[in-house]
Design a binder for this molecule. Structure first.
Ligand SMILES: [Ca+2]
Ligand SMILES: [Ca+2]
Length: 270
């Protein structure tokens, strides 16, 4: 019995020692967490990235805005997201030097998803550090979407400077748009603050995300069209919740144009 009590007492002593070590080595548990949170909060105002872009598949010519992507419920199509949200996009930052080290579309220094509003806006925060990289240099900004073509902004953004940062993919003139190598679809013009603004949208139809809109994507779409599938799936290019010939028509148009992603290293940049 004495040995048992001795062993238990020794266990308690060791446990207290371990707890004390954890407490000392973890400043967050001693109240400094508030300071860290405050510091991050202060930094956020100057590290916000404001993106404007249109997705060709969801673009509504009547309003100049985006329709909401839909799912398909028991009573029919239903918006896949809350009011005002069109869909989700993925934002990536690529190093500008030695771009080929970062295989096109795969390895990036920072990547995150963001809600895209029906007015074509997305706002996100850029962290100070990501993937072991201090994000204080100049980076290419690319946008991915579940069934649209990966598209790179026309010029690198300098995150070594205080923000906020801005990238407007959707406004250009009638023949040029703000994507690398002028690589977006023209969607006409609207009046904005008494000025004519020409709108551009990211190409629709890269269903497998390989950077090309071609017969491979068409095969994927036709298989789902044949099965009559519905819901929030990549083959529903126009976002109405149903895979139909309307999606096929939009895809065929871009296959004929032989649309593909433009890599900033190999394509001319305005
Ligand atoms: Ca493809
Ligand atoms: Ca559809």
């Amino acid at each position: 019995m004495y040995r048992l009590l001795f062993a238990f007492n020794k266990y308690l002593t060791n446990s207290l020692a371990i707890c004390l070590i954890i407490f000392i080595c973890n400043p967050a548990s001693s109240g400094n967490n508030n300071e860290l949170t405050l510091s991050e909060s202060n930094n956020k105002d100057t590290r916000s990235l404001h993106i404007e872009l249109l997705l060709e598949g969801l673009f509504d010519e009547a309003t100049g805005q985006l329709r909401q992507a839909h799912d398909f419920g028991k009573d029919g199509p239903i918006p896949a997201f809350s009011d005002g949200i069109a869909d989700i996009i993925t934002i990536s930052l690529h190093k500008t030097a030695d771009y080929s080290e970062y295989k096109w579309g795969e390895k990036v220094v920072f990547e995150t998803t963001a809600n895209l509003s029906q007015t074509g806006q997305a706002v996100l925060e850029i962290p100070d550090v990501s993937n072991g990289y201090e994000l204080n240099e100049t980076y290419w900004l690319s946008v991915n979407h579940r069934n649209h073509l990966e598209t790179v902004y026309q010029e690198p953004l300098d995150f070594g400077q205080p923000g906020p940062y801005f990238a407007d993919f959707k406004r250009g003139n009638q023949t040029e748009n703000p994507a690398v190598a002028n690589n977006q679809a023209y969607k006409g013009s609207i009046q904005e603050n008494d000025e004519t603004v020409h709108l551009w949208a990211i190409y629709a139809g890269d269903l497998n995300g390989d950077g090309y809109i071609n017969l491979t994507d068409r095969s994927l779409l036709l298989s789902k069209l044949f099965l009559g599938l519905r819901g929030y799936i990549p083959e529903d290019i126009d976002g109405d919740g149903i895979v139909s010939i309307l999606d096929r028509t939009l895809l065929n148009k871009n296959i004929l144009k032989q649309v593909k992603s433009k890599n900033p290293e190999t394509e001319s940049v305005k």
